[in-house]
Design a protein around this ligand. Structure first.
Ligand SMILES: [Zn+2]
Length: 71
């Protein structure tokens, strides 16, 4: 698992750490939440829903309305 800021927050006890970041899915969800705090908003048309894709290591979203892609 990659070293990043989320894993090394100070003041987090181990049980709390495991509860909040115990699975890769939870970690990923938190990362996405940090990246997109208001959920997806298309930079092109402002639409609020997108499809998520993964291409190799890259994750990106395609707008459900105009199909604009953003990573
Ligand atoms: Zn759009």
């Amino acid at each position: 698992m990659a070293i990043n800021g989320i894993q090394f927050q100070k003041g987090l006890s181990l049980p709390a750490f495991l509860r909040d970041y115990g699975t890769e899915e939870q970690c990923e969800a938190l990362f996405i939440k940090a990246r997109l705090p208001d959920g997806f908003i298309c930079p092109c048309c402002g639409h609020g829903a997108a499809y998520e894709f993964k291409r190799r290591e890259l994750r990106y979203w395609q707008c459900g309305a105009c199909r604009h892609q953003t990573s």
